[in-house]
Ligand binder design. Sequence first.
Ligand code: SF4
Length: 368
Amino acid sequence: MKHLYVHVPFCPTICPYCDFHVVRRHGGVVEVYLERLAQEAQVLFEQYPGPLETLYLGGGTPSFLRDHELEALFRALPWGLEGAEVTLEANPGTLNAERLRLLRDLGVNRISLGVQSFQDTVLKALGRAHGRKGALRAVELCLEAGFRTSLDLILGLPEQNVEADLTQAVALGVEHISAYTLQIEPGTPFSLTDLAPDPDAEAQAFALAQTVLGQAGLVRYEVSNFARPGQESRHNLAYWRNTFWGGVGPGATGQLAGRDTYAFRYTNPPLPRWLQGEGPLIEQVSKLEHIKESIMLGLRLAQGVDIGQIEQRCEMNLWHALEPAVQALYRNGLLEVQQKRIRATDLSTLHPIILRLWDALEAKALHG
Ligand code: SF4
């Protein structure tokens, strides 16, 4: 286990579109959370002592924790972090120069900032706690303090000038941007409004992002992610390469090598049950499922997926089963093929490719 995700579920306010596992802080809940986190991390550390190549503190809003709570959080994680990429998710209103100095001292070297937009009308419509000024100031502070800085942007929103948001992000000089479209999730306040995603506006926004960010040297290396070469998120690359990772905290997931099956995936319960010591939900992952997921996730990357590497990892010959489908997709202009590496020619149309390859694998598994 070289990668660890830590879920910090606290946010100052809950955005009306948010479907993550988040709560407001109340009573002494953060102290109890930190104690439980330390116990859970210690148990995981005893089985998987690392050291870690990446640590990702996500949420929620980890930067919403107070200074002494952040210190306790890092004390709760016994793994060595020498040379690791250590990312902390932050919201603009929770950062200042002093806070960033503390984060730097604790070992954080990358900040993922939930900016979403630089336009006040859009931020207000999203129910965000910050405005344009706060977003600009936070980005400048992170860059001045020398953090690798990534921005989250939501694209294709009503009333949004997408080009202005992209141009602003580029002008600030960040080296990584995660661009999303707004998902209206059941049970969120937004699901009760008449706000509906506009697939055409979203597709146009992504095409614009590829042009504007590409001209500024930020390459679309994954469906939703753009980076200057060398500034890709190492932690998220580990997910897309379907490697093993651990997760601690309420609602956190992990995927680790299995004993009787290829791997197992676990999901921690939400905060109240997690605080009472309830264990995770465990799913076994067979070799075939692992292979299918590796292809699905790997195709999200602009560099594609090397079937040869999956074959080595799983000690199976897969190319034989996949080659007719790969060749058909190549002839239709959907895939590029270089030895056993396959990559989609257009990252926005992955679905049919994945289904075709999965069918080929399943047919092989069924008929030998
Ligand atoms: S800041 Fe992020 S995690 Fe917190 S409520 Fe808003 S969208 Fe959800």
